[in-house]
Ligand binder design. Sequence first.
Ligand code: SF4
Length: 231
Amino acid sequence: MSSYGFLDKMLSKFKHVLRLMRIQKPISKLLGPVFCRSRESIEIDITYDCNLYCVNCNRSCRQAPDATHMTVSQIEKFIQESIQNEILWKKIRLTGGEPTLHPNLLEIIDRLTEYKRKHSRELKIQIITNNWGQKIKAVLQALPQEIEIPNRSKDSPLPHFYDFNMAPRDSFLFSFSDYMNGCQNIEICGMGLTPYGYYPCAISGAIDRVLGLDLGRKALPSRSDDMKDLL
Ligand code: SF4
């Protein structure tokens, strides 16, 4: 290994230790949480149906396959709550599962683009797809131009995902961590909406789907709600 490679490795280990210290309970109590759930971006898991069964799928589509879809009226309720709460979303991502397998996808997109035209013109509407197979590609082709598809060029059906099926609390390293710190997903990807309600991120909603605790908020949380109990 070159000396540059060695230094790089040491630096990354050092950063890892610093991050680990930062999320320990006493330090988090003193400095507050590292991440805060988004008020501008949201990921909506419109279906848990998927044509792939990736290892480490963070919606557990491999271990707990399920064809539950969100209904169009649930999307309408979300739009009404956003208008009433004067939330001007900057990014709404349709995710899953594989969102193009939702039987009413075009209707959902219709409602969201109407909301964008009337209430939130800066809004980006994105669809996160695995882009795998002719059926999926045909649905993507039929989507209106204004729908962004960030991962359209994805070409491998089984990418390498980080470990998802080990709970941090089962590792000694995270035994004294304060989970209210969340992770960067709650800011970058945004909060989550699933068929079961609102969550700090869509991944936590998918975990709740498998555990069956039904912890999601049943109405859009107020701005002051950091959803720490769910973290
Ligand atoms: S394509 Fe996405 S949702 Fe489907 S199994 Fe793979 S990671 Fe999960």
